[in-house]
Design a protein around this ligand. Structure first.
Ligand SMILES: Cc1cc2nc3c(=O)[nH]c(=O)nc-3n(C[C@H](O)[C@H](O)[C@H](O)COP(=O)(O)O)c2cc1C
Length: 362
């Protein structure tokens, strides 16, 4: 198998890598421009993007919309033709309003995970923006494809399969993660491919399968291509780039982490998450962390008796607080320096091609 260009919404990149969306304020325009300039697809995360704005606590949706537009404009000024998407978690409140708003923006796709975005086509089907989803099982892919087909006669632009080594919220139960009763990313890709094939044939189209979660280097990427993925989604590796929008303190927590520092935590979203061990993760073993305010961010948050507020803690860490929540993928401990996005991409592609026997003479 080789590396094929990735086509999304009528545009093509030769390097089939998507930089995954990272909230809160980790993947914004600086990282996006660097990724697009390096020849890959970029995703910004919509999650509480207006967090630093003065009015955020009073009008979170208004401020989030302002920041989304600002960041998209900053990308389009430099990269009018790059492939750009926005990650919009289905678990957020007012998903419909955000999706409708984003469908009017100059972006190529909305990709949605953290729940089943059964209704996404409803808000975007008459716009130029395409829809895609992130799943952690072939079963979830089947439910979504069936529903999008029946209700909207609409197919995703691509499907991201996210395995158990991913960062942020994980699409597996706490019990399954603890007992190790989770499928490998390779198996999720293989099974999902079979389901997707049925709809590719029905519609006479190609739906690229993108493998994400623990893709750290070229060898990981080659393994995914060999099991049938059309590309990979990489996030954690790009946090440790000079261009990443996160505060330097956040980046250094990733760079300095050891394997034993990568821990799992429960999120008020009702899903497990993965983070770098710090004051917050240690304190949570003994007690809940007081919540200072609520912006009603997640449909799934119970608001009362929760261990901590996810918006507050993720937002604080992206702004530089080492004691906030430092979301990460499982392989962060393999990163030992900051680097430029272009050099990270070049290294991954060189090693992937070597592994796939597409390069000689090294
Ligand atoms: C700091 C961080 C924040 C993330 N934020 C989001 C998010 O807002 N929405 C989402 O769907 N996925 C989010 N993710 C998941 C990533 O987009 C991606 O799919 C996954 O982390 C890929 O695995 P990797 O980090 O091992 O490369 C986040 C991951 C990280 C590390």
């Amino acid at each position: 198998m080789g590396l094929k260009p990735l086509r999304i919404n009528g545009k093509t990149v030769d390097i089939p890598i998507i930089q995954g969306g990272m909230g809160i304020r980790i993947s914004l325009s600086k990282l996006a421009n660097a990724c697009i300039n390096s020849g890959i697809v970029s995703t910004i995360s919509a999650a509480q993007i207006g967090f630093l704005n003065k009015n955020f606590r009073k009008d979170p949706m208004g401020e989030n919309k302002i920041e989304l537009k600002k960041e998209i404009d900053k990308i389009r000024e430099i990269n009018p033709d790059g492939i750009l998407g926005v990650n919009l978690m289905h678990a957020i409140n007012h998903f419909d309003e955000y999706a409708r708003f984003l469908s009017t923006m100059d972006i190529d796709f909305i990709v949605s995970g953290a729940g089943l975005p059964l209704d996404l086509p409803e808000y975007i089907k008459d716009s130029k923006v395409k829809g895609a989803f992130i799943v952690s099982s072939a079963r979830a892919a089947k439910i979504l494809l069936k529903s999008w087909d029946r209700r909207y006669n609409y197919m995703p632009e691509f499907v991201v399969c996210e395995g158990p080594l991913a960062g942020g919220h994980l699409g597996f139960s706490k019990e399954d993660m603890e007992s190790g009763n989770v499928m490998s990313l390779e198996d999720i890709v293989g099974e999902t491919k079979q389901i997707v094939k049925i709809y590719e044939e029905k519609y006479g189209i190609t739906i690229p399968i993108i493998a994400g979660g623990g893709v750290h280097d070229g060898k990981d990427m080659a393994r995914m291509i060999n099991v049938g993925a059309d590309g990979v989604q990489i996030s954690t590796r790009f946090i440790a780039s000079y261009e990443c929008d996160a505060h330097l303190n956040y980046k250094m927590m990733i760079v300095n982490s050891k394997e034993s520092d990568i821990v799992r935590i429960s999120s008020p979203a009702g899903l497990p998450g993965r983070a770098v061990k710090n004051f917050l993760t240690e304190k949570l073993k003994k007690e809940n962390i007081e919540v200072s305010y609520c912006v009603d961010c997640l449909k799934t948050c119970k608001k009362v008796g929760i261990p901590y507020c996810i918006t507050e803690q993720l937002g604080n860490s992206s702004a530089g607080d080492d004691n906030g929540l430092i979301f990460t993928g499982a392989k962060a401990y393999l990163i030992d320096k900051l680097d430029y996005v272009e050099s990270i991409v070049n290294e991954i592609i060189r090693d992937c091609k070597l592994e796939l026997n597409l390069l000689g003479g090294m």
